[in-house]
Design a binder for this molecule. Structure first.
Ligand code: SAM
Length: 186
């Protein structure tokens, strides 16, 4: 369940444009031309568009459980492979992506632990995972310091290495990005 119906998705796309935040996450992903990239919970596809400019749209993919958001993202980036799915059931083969990122989506997932296990499996050896959320004092539409600790521990459990949190101040908000890598050898 995405929680975003057709009307909610359209209102979100209209009122939530955060070009600096999108750029910060895509910059941190250090995407290179020809690399495969997946965005999870792409919404209307604004960050996907930036990512696709770096990798080439034919190397970019995205999932979102909202059909309305998927339609918007396909329209924005027609050559990207955008599918209706959640983080817990990503419909791409294991080990297919050099980079996977998600922005303001993880706090919506039905099963965060299952989603993290799935995303780790979809990374190619040496692949990078970036989980970005607004840093909050208390639970809500973002992530608290305690939740950062829970997610970091789960990433270590599913075999990710180099788990660290990078913070970026954007306007009056702080963006927290948990970065980790898939080991090159299992
Ligand atoms: C606040 S919006 C963020 C959208 C976009 N990433 C952005 O920054 O504009 C949250 C997104 O997470 C998606 N979402 C909800 N449940 C999800 C799940 N289980 N797996 C992946 N994405 C999910 C929603 O459909 C929505 O597109």
């Amino acid at each position: 369940m995405s929680g975003f119906g057709a009307v909610g998705a359209r209102l979100y796309a209209w009122f939530n444009r955060h070009p600096e935040t999108n750029r910060a996450v895509v910059d941190l992903a250090e995407l290179r031309a020809g690399e495969t990239v997946l965005e999870v919970g792409c919404g209307p596809g604004m960050a996907l568009e930036l990512a696709a400019q770096r990798t080439g749209a034919e190397h970019a993919a995205a999932v979102d459980p909202s059909e309305t958001f998927v339609a918007m993202a396909r329209k924005r980036v027609p050559r990207a492979d955008v599918r209706v799915a959640g983080a817990e059931d990503v419909p791409f083969p294991d080990a297919s992506f050099a980079a996977i990122y998600t922005l303001a989506s993880m706090h919506h997932w039905d099963d965060r632990d299952a989603g993290l296990l799935t995303l780790a499996a979809k990374l190619a050896p040496g692949g990078r995972l970036l989980l970005a959320e607004r840093l909050l004092d208390r639970p809500g539409h973002g992530i608290t310091p305690a939740q950062l600790g829970e997610v970091s521990a789960r990433l270590a459990d599913v075999g990710q290495t180099g788990v660290r949190t990078v913070q970026r101040r954007i306007g009056r908000r702080t963006l927290a990005v948990i970065v980790s890598e898939r080991p090159v050898t299992a």
